[in-house]
Design a protein around this ligand. Structure first.
Ligand code: ADP
Ligand code: MG
Length: 567
């Protein structure tokens, strides 16, 4: 064949292939979901590109996916008339790991971790999952709108290298032929393929078709030889899932759709599907994943929703519609408020975007509030995404109260490192006369729990929140009250227990302070400029002394963060 070259897979691809083949054996059928998902994406992309240039359809605007199989040759073919790929794109997309961060992540895995099958759920498995069932894969493709001489054939056995060659190809789009391994021949079966299409691809708007062979019969009911007629039959539902009404959609369908949009391998924790009409029209389907993507804390990690305008796919990862602290939310937004020509740059200027963003933010927070009713599920959520949600009060002033109600903390009530106490729980347990919510911030749970600042609170049975995440001090500097109760850092400023303390106690304290004036003076002289002030305190019951920060002073954690930032 013309211009044939053999190239090596990127190291990380080899790693991924290895990881996949060994860990997904019991889940092999997902290869079909991945190939159909790619074919549907390719159709979406062509439809979008053709908005400006109808000629790209090459006279064939009926987008579709076709699946064929042959038991004898043990092959399965997935074909689409979507956007197709150029030679360079084939080499890049099917030879490296294109999605940013994934290759980086794989590079960092140690040998031990590489063996861990569960890791595979952290990234979409994509095209390479073909090699779970195939010992040879052939891809034939041509970019839409190109010349028929610009076709490309890609072949590989998934063992470290692949071959690309020029190909004359009449039609645009992509055809993928899997030559099945012996032990995967079960997939070259009409019934099996049809049920997999229905299981994984009902929600895809592009029709997925399979051939149906019909043979005419004579009057006695015998098949007439040579009368076979093949017709294409659409196997999936072929309506975009979010367009259908909630009542018609099963949980399994919602879950399958999540895996498609989120490139996730595991089930979501929950979802929220809304069709809004009136002043601001949009349909949103938002999900909370069950586990963190590997790039949750990366600056350029993928986030945002899949954006559609009147059912036409516009872009992936449209990040303008959700705040950063909700970056774990995945899903789809379809709206008629934006123009079909909208670009990322235009999104930044459109005032409608801000309106939709605040609506989606509300949806997402409501979804979490609902999830919180299921304690166990919410704890799973919190353990994975809690520290991201804690960025909320700083970023989203308007929704501070709502976010505060979703926070979970460790507390002296349980004395456990698990963050599972809500502020509402705390308030409900407040003592008579208690007006404030007390907390302490420390570098770790044990440091917080055994802080001498807690002595008086423990003695009096007053609950204190034990904050020990890196972000906690930052969080508390943006959170001033909850349900009208002020937050007080027990390690800062004057200790005022308000009404909890009786008059007698207060009097006794004043007397002690008076009696010890001389001692205080000597200590101050001894410490000199190392401290601002020395005082008698009733904070302590066992320890002799402790360091207290002035009320408006930056705390230890913040100081360290500022120092690290060079300030
Ligand atoms: P992902 O779909 O998450 O990007 P995949 O491994 O599934 O990752 O696919 C890699 C890339 O290969 C896709 O992003 C796309 O650019 C390209 N690709 C795969 N299948 C097709 C197809 N049928 N038509 C056009 N491009 C495709
Ligand atoms: Mg894919």
């Amino acid at each position: 064949t013309a211009h044939e070259e053999t190239l090596g897979f990127q190291t990380e691809v080899k790693q991924l292939l290895h990881l996949m083949i060994h860990s997904l054996y019991s889940n092999r059928e997902i290869f079909l979901r991945e190939l159909i998902s790619n074919a549907a994406d390719a159709c979406d992309k062509l439809r979008y590109a053709a908005l400006d240039n109808d000629a790209l359809y090459e006279g064939d605007s009926e987008l579709r996916i076709e699946i064929e199989h042959d038991e004898k040759t043990r092959t399965v073919t997935v074909r689409d008339n979507g956007i197709g790929m150029s030679r360079e794109e084939v080499i890049k997309n099917l030879g490296t790991i294109a999605r940013s961060g994934t290759a980086e992540f794989l590079k960092q895995l140690s040998g031990e971790q590489q063996k861990d099958a569960r890791l595979i759920g952290q990234f979409g498995v994509g095209f390479y999952s073909s090699f779970i069932v195939a010992d040879e894969v052939t891809v034939r493709t041509r970019k839409a709108g190109g010349d028929k001489a610009e076709g490309v054939e890609w072949r590989s056995r998934g063992e470290g290298e692949f071959t690309v060659a020029d190909l004359e190809r009449e039609v645009h789009g992509t055809e993928i032929v899997l030559h099945l391994k012996k032990d995967a021949k079960e997939f070259a079966d009409d019934f099996r393929l049809r049920s997999l299409v229905r299981k994984y691809s009902d929600h895809i708007e592009v029709p997925v078709r399979m051939p149906k062979v019909e043979t005419a019969r004579d009057d006695e009911g015998n098949e007439i030889e040579g009368s076979e007629v093949t017709t294409w039959e659409t196997v999936n539902e072929a309506t975009a899932l979010w367009v259908r009404s909630k009542g018609e959609i099963s949980d399994d369908e919602y879950k399958a759709f999540y895996k498609h949009v989120a490139h996730d391998f595991s089930d979501p924790l929950t979802w929220s599907h809304n069709k809004v009409e009136g002043k601001l029209e949009y349909t949103s389907l938002l999900y909370v994943p069950g586990r963190a993507p590997f790039d949750l804390y990366e600056r350029d990690g993928s986030r945002g929703v899949k954006l559609y305008v009147q059912r036409v796919f516009i872009m992936d990862d449209a990040e303008q519609f959700l705040p950063l602290y909700l970056r774990f939310v995945k899903g789809v937004l379809d709206t008629r408020e934006l123009s079909l020509n909208v670009s990322r740059e235009l999104l930044q200027q459109d005032p409608k975007v801000e309106k939709i963003k605040s609506a989606l933010t509300k949806r997402a927070l409501d979804m979490l509030k609902k999830l919180a009713k299921d304690k166990e599920a919410y704890q799973t959520f919190w353990n994975v995404f809690g520290s991201v949600l804690k960025e909320g009060p700083a970023e989203d002033f308007a929704n501070r109260e709502k976010i505060a109600a979703l926070l979970r903390f460790s507390s002296t009530h349980t004395d456990s490192a698990t963050q599972d106490q809500s502020l509402a729980d705390y308030v409900a347990r407040m003592q008579e006369g208690q007006e404030k919510i007390y907390y302490i911030v420390a570098d770790g749970f044990n440091a917080a729990k055994s802080s001498p600042h807690l002595e008086i609170f423990r003695k009096k049975g007053i609950e204190v929140l034990l904050l020990h995440d890196r972000i906690d001090e930052w969080l508390m500097s943006h959170l001033h009250e909850f349900e009208g109760k002020r937050f007080v850092d027990v390690a800062k400023g004057e200790l005022d227990l308000g009404e909890i303390e009786g008059e007698d106690e207060k009097k006794a304290q004043e007397e002690t302070a008076k009696a010890k004036e001389a001692l205080v003076k000597r200590v101050k002289e001894a410490l000199g400029d190392a401290v601002q002030e020395v005082k008698v305190t009733h904070r302590l019951t066992d320890s002799p002394a402790c360091v207290v920060l002035p009320e408006h002073e930056m705390g230890f954690q913040m100081r360290r963060i500022m120092e690290a930032a060079g300030q």
